[in-house]
Design a protein around this ligand. Structure first.
Ligand SMILES: Nc1nc2c(c(=O)[nH]1)N[C@H]1C(S)=C(S)[C@@H](COP(=O)(O)O)O[C@H]1N2
Ligand SMILES: [Mo]
Length: 256
């Protein structure tokens, strides 16, 4: 190993360790994280995983909740499919879970709400450098996966979304999508959230269902989830980098 390489490794380890000790609650963390990861994603991903396996993201109190939960990215999808769901107050919404699973499933919102829920107050960090604290209620993704029974060859959980990027958000635009590995998929704080701050999830924040993956940055928190697909590769989805923003050059593992 070259001296440079060794020095870099040491810095990544130090940075990751410092993040853990500081509880990751400094905004500066958010700012350097993507840059550090950009230098050697595979390495830092492995390092972060080793250091944070099973670790919970910090949870806050009611008093910490931001007065306004800022919205970002798509805030009002315009595809006909989504508009039709809004018209009918999401009664016709179905979350499908498919791909490499033994039991492909479909859930109405009512069925999702009938599953055991988890509530958590966490901080959302956007890569642009702002943070907000909000209270989420939803079903743990692990519960849904346990029902669908992932096959042994499944490696990724892909979230497909209703909104379209570019092209004014119309049908012809690029679909937003995201993906995570099984460590985050089965993490206890990883939710399919249907409530924000004790209210049904507002349209601007991803109604009717969005992901909360609390150890990663804002762009991983897929809003407007239409379906979940389990895959053994990310190659054939979008441009093959695991998410809309990843396809524009952002890191796939966006650890905070
Ligand atoms: N479907 C979808 N999910 C998305 C986005 C988007 O544009 N479309 N933007 C991402 C980004 S960059 C951020 S910071 C958060 C914003 O979530 P909020 O609008 O609830 O603040 O959603 C993420 N998930
Ligand atoms: Mo973001």
């Amino acid at each position: 190993m070259s001296t440079d390489r060794r020095r870099f490794l040491r810095n990544v380890l130090a940075a990751a360790g410092a993040g853990l000790l500081a509880g990751c609650d400094q905004l500066s963390q958010t700012e350097w994280a993507p840059k550090v990861l950009g230098q050697a994603e595979t390495l830092s991903h492995a390092v972060q995983r080793a250091l944070t396996r099973g670790a919970l993201a910090r949870e806050y109190t009611e008093a910490d909740i931001s007065p306004v939960f800022r919205a970002n990215g798509s805030t009002n999808p315009q595809t006909s499919e989504y508009r039709a769901l809004v018209e009918n107050n999401f009664i016709d919404y179905r979350l499908t879970v498919g791909g490499l699973v033994a039991h492909p499933l479909s859930f109405s919102l009512e069925q999702l709400r009938a599953l055991p829920s988890r509530t958590q107050i966490t901080r959302h960090d956007c890569v642009e450098g702002w943070s907000v604290i909000g209270k989420w209620k939803g079903v743990q993704l692990s519960r849904v996966l346990e029902l669908a029974k992932p096959r042994g060859d499944a490696r990724y959980v892909v979230f497909h979304c209703f909104d379209r990027m570019d092209d004014g958000g119309l049908e012809g635009g690029t679909p937003y999508y995201e993906s995570i590995g099984f460590d985050d998929a089965y993490h206890p704080q990883t939710l399919l959230a249907y409530e924000l701050n004790d209210q049904p999830l507002p349209i601007q924040n991803g109604a009717p269902l969005r992901a909360r993956i609390e150890r990663q940055l804002g762009y991983k928190q897929a809003k407007y989830i239409s379906s979940i697909e389990l895959t053994d590769s990310l190659d054939d989805i979008g441009d093959g980098n695991g998410g809309y923003w990843e396809d524009q050059g952002y890191e796939w593992y966006a650890g905070i």
